[in-house]
Design a protein around this ligand. Sequence first.
Ligand SMILES: Cc1cc2nc3c(=O)[nH]c(=O)nc-3n(C[C@H](O)[C@H](O)[C@H](O)COP(=O)(O)OP(=O)(O)OC[C@H]3O[C@@H](n4cnc5c(N)ncnc54)[C@H](O)[C@@H]3O)c2cc1C
Length: 256
Amino acid sequence: MSVRLADLTTLRVGGNAADYLVAETSDAVIDAVSAADAAGRDVLVLGGGSNLLVGDSDLAATVVHLRTRGIELETRDACSGAMVRVAAGEPWDDVVARAVRAGWAGIEALSGIPGSTGATPIQNVGAYGQEVSQSIASVRTWDRQQNRVRTLAAVDCEFGYRSSRLKQERFRGGPRYIVLEVTFQLRLGDLSTPIGYAEAAKLAKEAVAKNVTVRQLVIEKGLLKGKELDDVLNLRAMTELGVPGERSGEGKGKGK
Ligand SMILES: Cc1cc2nc3c(=O)[nH]c(=O)nc-3n(C[C@H](O)[C@H](O)[C@H](O)COP(=O)(O)OP(=O)(O)OC[C@H]3O[C@@H](n4cnc5c(N)ncnc54)[C@H](O)[C@@H]3O)c2cc1C
C-alpha cells in the first residue's frame, strides 16, 4: 500500500512511501519489521508523526504505522501503586486522561503532548519538570539486532534529558529497539506527584488559583502552543502557495 507521508506528519512534509502498512498488534509490528530487515530494506516506524521530519522525495523504506491499542491495569496496591501496561500505538494523551480519571498520579503534567505512547520513552518526553521516565517501570521492545523480544527495565533504558538508550542505539540507520509496550508505575491518589521543580510548583500554584486541575491547566497552555504551530504551518502553506498574507507584505501596501 502506498501513502503520502505529508498526510501523516504534524509538519505536513514527507514524500510518498510505496511500502506502507498499518500494524494493529505487536505481532504484526514484529512481522513487518523482521520481514523488512530480512529483505535488507530500511524501516521507518511511525507513531503519531508529531516529531518526524522526512524529506519530500519518495521514500524507499518500509513504513510501519503503529496503531496497536490497549491500556491494561496489571496490579494495583497501596505499596507499589498502579502498574499499567500500555500498547505503543495508544495515543499518549488518552493514557494521561485515563490516569487522571482513575487517580493514578505521575504523568498529569504531560497532558496534551501529541503522539503515541511508544514514542514517549524514546526521547524521555517531559514538561513542567515531569518526565515520563519517572513513571516507567519497563519497556517491551523488539530488538532488531538480536531478532527477539526484549523487556528493558527502566534502569536499562539509560534515560537522560530528552534522551534514552532507545534513541541512541541504532541498527541499519534506524532504531535498534522498536517499542511494543510500556509499563508505567503510577502512584495512587488524586493529587499529583510531589513537586520537585520550581516550574512544577508554579504550575500547581496557578492551577489552585484558577481552581482547575493540573491537567486542565496544561491542556489550556498546550492548546496555545498548538495554535502557534498551526499558525506557523498555515503561514508556510500560504507562502508556498503564494497566497497574499500579512507577513509577505502583499495586500498591505508593503510589497516591492
Ligand atoms: C505541538 C507539539 C508539542 C509538543 N510538546 C512536547 C513537550 O512538551 N515535551 C516533549 O518531550 N515533546 C513534545 N513534543 C514532541 C512530541 O510530542 C514527542 O516527541 C512525541 O513523543 C512524539 O510521538 P509520535 O508518536 O508522534 O512520534 P513520531 O513523530 O511518529 O516518531 C518520532 C520518532 O520516534 C520513532 N518512533 C515512534 N514510535 C516508535 C516506536 N514505537 N518504536 C521505535 N521508534 C518509534 C520514529 O521512527 C521517529 O524517529 C511536542 C510536539 C508537538 C508537535
